[in-house]
Design a protein around this ligand. Structure first.
Ligand code: PLP
Length: 390
């Protein structure tokens, strides 16, 4: 019997992540410096880890409420009100999830009917298009361009809206480009969303990691937008808690209730110890976040200068921990560049098209790795570029 023919068509047709394929090659090699990982190199701050241990010691080993621990939801409500100027009711408008990954999936499954179109800017996080397909929606990529420092413009978005458009997914600061949005552009985008009755999923997972004094602004905070936004956030990046698998979605009560149904039947509740640790993160983690943010900023300054010096144009992103240099002057495709750099210089970066076709001509370098390693990686990359420039 061949089991393959029984696999659901829409799942079979989804391509494997380009990042995964690439990193299988990386793992088979020795002494590679990886700028490929989208994961903080810091350990979770000790107090937060201790809170998870203490949670176990106290015997917090059972399920929590489907929506998450009430105290955690209160902390989230306070945090979002303080940092994003949007007020959510802890009892009815917040759901604690298994990372932003689950929050995105819940929102899509709660909103999308088969055939509904879901817009998102591209290049974007690898899961966006597959998540839409898994929810039986139709992904519609809105390209962003190097000339705009990869901002999504309302003008480009407008070109892709059709009568079937239902949802807009956004992630700023952006993985993989580091792009951020201005308040003015968000206002224009919000106007379009109101005019076309679009629901906005706003993935703000990198929002604490902004640089040069830039402050983050959420589209959910614009007048009238809270009612049509799902605000998605989590602990993986700013608090270096990827392995805890903890995040949350904030949305109007009826939509939270719909997401809760999916969550209740698919997951039940987020991990209990991780929820206790997340309370500690929100109550006392601010200084740790600032310490890590400063370190990322120093690394960003170094990596952006090095890339431009070696002739790979790269704008200075104001957020996240990625840079997305333009490698077209080498005459290579993104994949040729990344494979060549890996084979000849043992430095791993991710080819831009892993984040959508509009990423061609670029590579993603993560600076969530120590400055000592970044310095060596930049030296090796400069040699590679010099040896291969046409
Ligand atoms: N959204 C974006 C833009 C990401 O870059 C990532 C992880 O890299 C996620 C969501 C997933 O985050 P989590 O670990 O909270 O599931």
């Amino acid at each position: 019997m061949t089991i393959s023919k029984h696999i659901a068509n829409h799942i079979r047709d989804i391509p494997r992540s380009g990042i995964r394929d690439f990193f299988e090659i990386v793992q088979s090699m020795k002494d590679v410096i990886s700028l490929g990982i989208g994961e903080p190199d810091f350990h979770t701050p000790w107090r937060i880890r201790e809170a998870a241990i203490y949670s176990l010691e106290r015997g917090h080993t059972g399920y929590t409420s489907n929506l998450g621990l009430p105290r955690l939801r209160e902390c989230i409500a306070e945090y979002v009100a303080k940092h994003f100027a949007v007020k959510y009711d802890a009892k009815t408008e917040i759901i604690v999830t298994v990372g932003v990954s689950e929050a995105l999936d819940l929102a899509l499954r709660a909103l999308v009917n088969p055939g509904d179109e879901v817009l998102y800017h591209e290049p974007c996080y690898v899961s966006y298009s597959p998540s839409v397909v898994m929810a039986h929606g139709v992904p519609v990529a809105v390209p962003t361009h190097p000339a705009d420092n990869f901002r999504m413009t309302a003008e480009e978005l407008a070109k892709h809206i059709t009568p079937k458009s239902k949802v807009l997914m956004m992630n700023f600061p952006c993985n993989p480009t580091g792009a951020t949005q201005t308040r003015e552009e968000l206002e224009k985008i919000a106007k379009l969303c109101v005019a076309h009755d679009l629901i906005v999923l706003t993935d703000e997972i990198y929002s604490e990691l902004t640089y040069d004094g830039a402050s983050h602004f959420s589209i959910a905070a614009l007048p009238g937008m809270k009612d049509r936004c799902v605000f998605l956030h989590g602990f993986s990046k700013a608090f270096a808690m990827t392995g805890f698998r903890i995040g949350y979605a904030c949305a109007p009560a009826a939509l939270t209730e719909a997401m809760m149904k999916v969550h209740q039947y698919a997951i039940l509740c987020a991990n209990t110890m991780a929820q206790d640790a997340a309370i500690e993160a929100l109550e006392s983690g601010e200084n740790d976040v600032q310490m890590m943010r400063k370190e990322y900023e120093a690394r960003r300054n170094y990596i952006v200068r090095s890339l431009n010096d070696m002739g790979l144009p790269c704008f200075k992103p104001l957020g996240a921990f990625y840079v997305f240099p333009d490698i077209r002057s080498t005459g290579m495709t993104s994949r040729e560049f990344s494979l060549g750099l890996l084979e000849k210089k043992q430095v791993a970066c991710v080819p831009g098209p892993a984040f959508g076709v509009s990423g061609e001509g670029h590579i993603r370098c993560s600076y969530a790795t120590g400055l000592d390693k970044i310095k060596i990686a930049m030296e090796r990359m400069a040699e590679f570029v010099a040896e291969n420039r046409k």
